[in-house]
Design a protein around this ligand. Sequence first.
Ligand code: SRM
Ligand code: SF4
Length: 576
Amino acid sequence: MSAHSVEDIKQQSGRLRGTLQQSLADQITGALADDDQTLIKYHGSYQQDDRDVRDERRRQKLEPDVSFMIRTRTPGGVVTPAQWLKLDAIATTYAERGLRITTRQAFQFHGVIKGRLKATMQAINAALIDTLAACGDVNRNIAVASNPYLSQVHATVQAQAEALSKHLLPNSRAYYEIWLDEEKVAGSGEEEEPIYGATYLPRKFKIGFAVPPSNDVDVFAQDLGFIAVIGNHGSGDDGALLGYNVSIGGGMGATHGDAETYPRIGDVIGFIAADQVTAVAEAVITTQRDWGNRAVRKRARLKYTIDDHGLDKVKAEVERRSGVRFAPARAFEFAHNADEFGWHQGDDGRWHLTLRIIAGRIWDRDGTRHLSGLRAIATLLDAAGGASEFRLTANQNLLIANLDDAQREAIDALIGEYALDTHRSASPLRKAALACVALPTCGLAMAEAERYLPAFVDRLEARLATHGLDGADLHLRISGCPNGCSRPYLAEIALVGKAPGRYNLMLGADHRGQRLNTLYRENIDETTLLDSLDPLFRQYAAQREAGERFGDFLVRSGVVTLESTGSRTLPLELIA
Ligand code: SRM
Ligand code: SF4
């Protein structure tokens, strides 16, 4: 990789241009020049290589099998049926691993070769979707509570998130010049970046909007979280959006064996009116821009800025910059951080279906025809016109929203025909489980995650069954390394990759995304994983209280202690 620091690369990039044009034109290699590998992230793409063949190619003295991952910027993960069809065509034409729904409601395409990168980007933009700032040290795709049609509040929150996402885009025209052939005008490379400045943020930045009682976006894993506060029954403002509780300093990433890095849940710092969201977001971002650690990248996230400077000081600075004074936080209650599957009806009588997509991967492979099935559904909805939508969830699932009675019937038939009915047939454990991408595309993976999930769930289900826990609703998350892309530290049971076939077993988070789990066993293989869980399942089956969740049981029974990793719950007065 590059000899230059990321800070230098950003500074000298001419507002994210670097030598990307030249790198793309260079036909001698399938890779980009070193510094451009950093810069392309801001355009929504990563250079990767196929790790399944990496060693073999090295032995044969061949260049790594390089290709690119492309990630969309789709706030709240909303696309129309027509856009779905275009994304499907792009996946089929240019990529290798179908469509992948991410844990932040984006689409990823894997395996795009350099020579087809520009055409792929153009096709994505022709679908009226962009990839700008989907990666890099900027605000990333904004996560939003999944169903905008359940109530007017959901729709308002979605609209606000979309506007904020746009507002926080980099100002540079580099993206449009490089990918969309926009003419370069005088002064290009020096555009004003009022929010980011010349060196952008010290690190990635993530925002999520939650609408209680669902915490499907895991709002406390976000650098900046907005928790919608809705008028109570009988208060005179029933169902109206009153404003947001604001949470800052969440983050998952850590490095094995390095106590300087850790997952952290956000702190709720107060309540703001809905029209103060932009001012507060900008103030949090610019505070992090100016106060974040630019010398040590692994300590550069907002969570460390807060721990280094103190929460009160950061909050006061945000108030100063935004001109917004935080009111005391309002009570709130999250019921869960998973998705609710199947059909639901909104306030207005329209229908919404949440489908289970295992680890977010949609393709036709190994006998499945999920890509074809969703194509058939999108074709049907597109032909019907109307306002139906596809919506990705932050739990890697898919919502088909805003349907009438007849469409519901037609879709049900297609769901059956293409075996897209995992939401009906799978156990609660399988339905709620998350796994990050990991091997073979992720350059940082230490162990399998997405590819391992189905087999591990099979084995876990078998163990649960021996204790009569077949239907137990447990939240399992697997990450191939401690970076935590499946937000494993918020799972009741988590496997965090340590080496091929070996994981750290983390236990004891709650099911609402409000409590971190803790390390239970380190660096163990599958047999030891299952053997470690077995006695806990036995104990849980025998001693749990009515309705008690596994994570809560482990804490109550003292199997895991919150102190052991400095995990903490939210202040009780904030929970209704
Ligand atoms: Fe992530 C890096 C995939 C959500 C924390 N993440 C990566 C990279 C780009 C690997 C790399 O840097 O070379 C992975 C690409 C794998 C591949 O082949 O596709 C990757 N992250 C993903 C996705 C696709 C996981 C998934 O299975 O869905 C998610 C894409 C989200 C999106 O659409 O924007 C994804 N990543 C997350 C989340 C969850 C979230 O945002 O809610 C986290 C934890 C929250 C957080 O940021 O703290 C997360 N990813 C990281 C980190 C650790 C950051 C840190 O502060 O230490 C890295 C490594 C890094 O940044 O250096 C990373
Ligand atoms: Fe890759 Fe690690 Fe993220 Fe999984 S958690 S996608 S292995 S960086």
